[in-house]
Design a protein around this ligand. Structure first.
Ligand code: OOG
Ligand code: NI
Length: 444
């Protein structure tokens, strides 16, 4: 029997192997990331593993995929559900960028501490907003809808195996093998010729629309390794002659505790794709839509910490200050050799930390940032596309997305809060103090 987390780890590894064959620059990125991670580990020792063991960080990836319809999104949710990945977060990228980005997104990922530690694979998943009139007029919308309705991204056999894996949380070896084979194949670049005129029609609206709705299959857009020093990685990739986008998205470099997520990327080379002309002739063409991305992860911020980040206000540089000011998420653990001076623990987390009753372990930020995501999308497009202003659409909110995906879309803050609350309950229990005052002070 292959358990769910093993399926997830195997899927991530096979996807990585497949993507490395398709996009060789990805392999360079993985090599340089590993090199940087090993050096950081040598230089900083145990401190380098504060936000995840080196084995977790080295194998950690996130993928990005893009689909066209609510039905396709629902099917994706079933495939990832088989791997123990749930939809978390609602990212509306339509209004965040200068370029036309007709998508709303969520991220599929494991949600418990144990599952994340086993394998944290996540996939940023974007859905084309076909019904947003700012991007698609009535004529184009009906052609696009018909085109998307006629394609099949995931074969029924894959979906049936996925259902079984999700229900039973494991698969027998042969079924697991078949599931992995079909799942990886569903995200390979298709050799089928691209209808050039149709693709170009959509590309005039947005390169992302063409990538999603201009072809009859989906593919992995990028696969992102995690690096412990993204500034150093940026320098090394540049020194190797790889032209990176001009910025690192997310919080600026700062001394002290890393927070949230920092990402950067480079445009992949054009890939050969067969093209079908209006007269039916198939020629060799090329498309440049995929890219290489890399990221560094830091501590998850509370709503208050996040609001400060969104307002571009400085955050404290130490873990301790992030914890006692209630700006960062931590789990709390009773220290084995706690004070023996006869004093009683108080229900104040700052005091408990200060007096050595408990220690705080940072919770890693497992999600994405809409502004960064838009920046990554945008900086890898050569054309701004077009969007009519004025015609705002209120569809595609979080509730709509949950309906499309066919399951609850979880709130990231709630997940981090749950992890923290569980650890605090254990602390309160072990020290024989009341939980409520503990929660009320400092860690709100
Ligand atoms: C997704 C772009 C955003 C991230 O990590 O924030 C992204 C895409 O290109 O499909 O990858
Ligand atoms: Ni990404």
């Amino acid at each position: 029997m292959i358990r769910q987390w093993q399926l997830r780890a195997a899927f991530a590894a096979r996807l990585s192997e497949m993507y490395g064959r398709e996009v060789p620059a990805y392999t360079t990125l993985v090599d340089v990331s590993r090199e940087v991670n090993e050096e950081v580990l040598r230089a900083r020792g145990a401190d380098a593993e504060r936000l995840g063991s080196i084995s977790r960080v080295t194998s950690e990836r996130h993928g990005a995929i893009r689909v066209g319809t609510p039905e396709e999104l629902h099917q994706v949710a079933r495939v990832f559900g088989a791997l123990g990945m749930r939809p978390v977060g609602h990212y509306d990228l339509r209004d965040t960028a200068g370029s036309a980005l007709p998508v709303v997104s969520t991220a599929f990922r494991p949600v418990t501490g144990d599952e994340l530690a086993r394998n944290p694979f996540r996939v940023f998943t974007s859905l084309l907003t076909v019904d947003d009139p700012r991007f698609f007029d009535a004529d184009l919308r009906s052609r696009l809808t018909a085109f998307l309705a006629a394609r099949e991204l995931f074969p029924p056999e894959l979906l049936a195996l996925a259902e079984r894996a999700e229900a039973e949380r494991e698969l027998p070896d042969a079924a697991a093998e078949r599931f992995l084979h079909l799942a990886v194949r569903a995200f390979e670049l298709s050799p089928e010729p691209v209808d050039r005129a149709w693709y170009e029609t959509l590309a005039r609206v947005s390169a992302v629309a063409a990538d999603i709705g201009g072809v009859r299959s989906t593919h992995i857009n990028h696969l992102t390794p995690r690096v412990l020093d993204i500034d150093e990685l940026y320098r090394r990739m540049t020194a190797r002659g790889i032209e990176m986008i001009d910025t690192i998205q997310g919080p600026p470099h700062r001394p002290g505790a890393d927070v949230l997520l920092r990402q950067t990327s480079f445009r992949a080379l054009a890939e050969p794709r067969a093209m079908r002309a209006p007269d039916g002739r198939v020629t060799r063409g090329s498309l440049r839509v995929r890219f290489g991305e890399v990221e560094a992860r830091g501590i998850a911020l509370t709503r208050e910490g996040r609001a400060r980040y969104d307002r571009a206000e400085p955050l404290p540089g130490t873990e301790h200050e992030l914890a006692v000011q209630g700006l960062g998420f931590f789990t709390y653990h009773v220290v084995p050799d706690r004070p023996s001076d006869g004093g009683r623990p108080t229900a104040d987390i700052g005091a408990l930390l200060g007096q050595g009753w408990v220690r705080a372990e940072p919770i890693v930020y497992e999600d994405f940032l809409p502004r960064s995501a838009a920046g990554i999308f945008q900086s890898n497009l050569s054309d701004r596309g077009s969007r009519n202003s004025g015609l705002a659409s209120d569809a595609y909110d979080a509730a709509w997305l949950a309906g499309a995906v066919g399951r609850e879309v979880l709130d990231p803050f709630t997940l981090y809060e749950r992890q923290r609350a569980r650890s605090l309950a254990e602390v309160a229990d072990a020290l024989g103090i009341a939980i409520n005052p503990l929660l009320a002070r400092g860690v709100s």
